[in-house]
Design a protein around this ligand. Structure first.
Ligand SMILES: Nc1ncnc2c1ncn2[C@@H]1O[C@H](COP(=O)(O)OP(=O)(O)OP(=O)(O)O)[C@@H](O)[C@H]1O
Ligand SMILES: [Mg+2]
Length: 125
């Protein structure tokens, strides 16, 4: 019914990804700054005193909770906007969400995810 996308992307791609998501009608989201590495374990830099490894690289994590039927479109949109083709473009994790509560109104589930004009209020296509 409801899923959470946790997309870890390059910092400099945040605006492109945000704009692309807005264009398909994704309204609610949150962003956190994070650090980490994938399978290359970071990068090697060469400085005056020799080579050293930076193993925790800055990234941005975008969190979106959305209805199942919008999941694939959101994933495609993020991939398209965040991709450079080089290693380190990021990863997308998808989780099931048990419930959502809008604190102001007490609405639950899908009703708590609706915003005027968002992807959920448009006809399915
Ligand atoms: N297994 C993981 N669990 C949690 N976070 C991860 C994991 N792997 C990578 N990350 C996060 O995603 C960021 C980007 O990872 P990255 O794109 O390097 O993945 P990758 O699997 O090494 O792919 P690529 O070969 O394209 O580099 C990392 O900096 C880290 O913050
Ligand atoms: Mg990597």
């Amino acid at each position: 019914m409801t899923k959470k996308i946790e997309a870890i992307i390059r910092e400099e791609k945040l605006n492109d990804v945000k704009d692309a998501l807005q264009a398909i009608g994704i309204v609610g989201m949150n962003v956190t700054e994070c650090r980490g590495h994938g399978r290359q374990g970071g990068i090697e830099l060469v400085g005056r005193s020799g080579a050293y490894k930076v193993d925790m690289l800055p990234r941005v994590q975008i969190n979106i909770v959305l209805s199942d039927h919008n999941l694939e479109q959101a994933i495609d949109t993020i991939c398209h906007a965040a991709q450079t083709g080089s290693v380190g473009d990021g990863l997308i994790f998808v989780y099931p969400v048990e419930d959502v509560v809008r604190i102001r109104t007490g609405e639950r589930g899908r009703a708590a995810l609706m915003y005027p004009g968002d992807i959920d209020t448009r006809p399915l296509g």
